[in-house]
Write a protein that binds this ligand. Structure first.
Ligand SMILES: [Fe+2]
Length: 287
């Protein structure tokens, strides 16, 4: 038999919410309504409720200044990409967006053409040139736009996951020139598993899901008067493009990393042969 509290509790909790800010009111009321709905659907045992509390507690405890387990949690549930989709509904000519992910860090500025690969990664990885432009939605170049770039190494680790990598390896910030162009050198990124040694890893295993993300380079592009563009460039041919653990792949962001062996090309870009070259023009949406 239904306990009378089951019927009345949701409305009672909602009746106590008297937020000053109307948006806070809307969010808090919806939170209680949906959370109570979820509990009514699932009817957890008290042991299951404790498991959930323990999961959330450990998710928080796993976060520090280098690791963001809550973003990972949001990513693997598709919440990050749903927020992204809701916030970028308008069909425009601007470049498609995708998740920020948990590995962004504040990197230093580099000069155009510099390499962001250092240490063993620079010796071992496959040299790669990334070039392109930052444009407005009409195709006009944007000078002095900043491109904040970060990526995994050739075996799929970010600097923050790997004590053997130099700090801030494979990340850097570049500026576009007068013609809106940029270029930099790096190594070809590899597919990688998102961290599976914490609560989110347990969640994936319990769900029968793999943890892999297809190889990509992250970009966070800013220009005054334009909306920030947070996106990736994915390496065409990667076997995980159809099953990204965080649902972040969009077709327009999959690019050929063209293999080149021509010595004149290599001299032009200041790399050794063979090397990979990927070129992309980013389009920003005005504010
Ligand atoms: Fe990534």
């Amino acid at each position: 038999m239904e306990n009378p509290i089951e019927k009345s509790l949701t409305e009672l909790v909602i009746s106590r919410i008297k937020a000053e800010n109307p948006r806070s009111q809307e969010i808090l009321v919806a939170l209680v309504r949906h959370l109570h709905g979820f509990i009514r659907d699932v009817e957890p045992t008290e042991a299951e409720w404790r498991t959930a509390i323990d999961f959330l507690t450990r998710t928080g405890q796993t976060c520090d200044d280098k690791r963001q387990e809550f973003i990972l949690f949001s990513d693997v549930l598709g919440v990050s990409m749903l927020v992204d989709a809701i916030n970028h509904r308008a069909q425009s000519d601007s470049t498609a967006t995708t998740v920020t992910g948990p590995f962004h860090a504040l990197a230093r500025f580099y000069e155009s053409g510099d390499t962001i690969a250092r240490g063993k990664e620079a010796e071992r990885g496959e040299p790669t040139v990334v070039s392109g432009s930052v444009l407005d939605s009409n195709g006009q170049p944007l000078k002095n736009a900043t491109l904040d770039v970060w990526q995994s190494d050739d075996i799929g680790y970010y600097d923050v996951q790997d004590v053997n990598q130099p700090e801030m390896n494979l990340r850097g910030v570049f500026k576009t020139n007068e013609a809106g162009e940029f270029w930099f050198r790096t190594i070809k990124p590899a597919a990688y598993p998102i961290p599976t040694d914490g609560p989110v890893g347990e969640l994936l295993r319990a769900s029968g899901r793999h943890a892999m993300r297809p190889a990509h380079i992250h970009f966070w592009i800013k220009a005054p008067g334009y909306k920030d563009l947070i996106t990736h460039l994915f390496v065409a041919g990667d076997k995980y493009l159809d099953s990204d653990a965080v649902f972040g792949v969009k077709d327009s962001l999959i690019l050929d990393f063209e293999k080149k062996a021509n010595a004149a090309d290599a001299r032009k870009w200041n790399v050794s042969t063979p090397f990979y070259h990927v070129h992309f023009d980013f389009k920003l949406e005005s504010k």
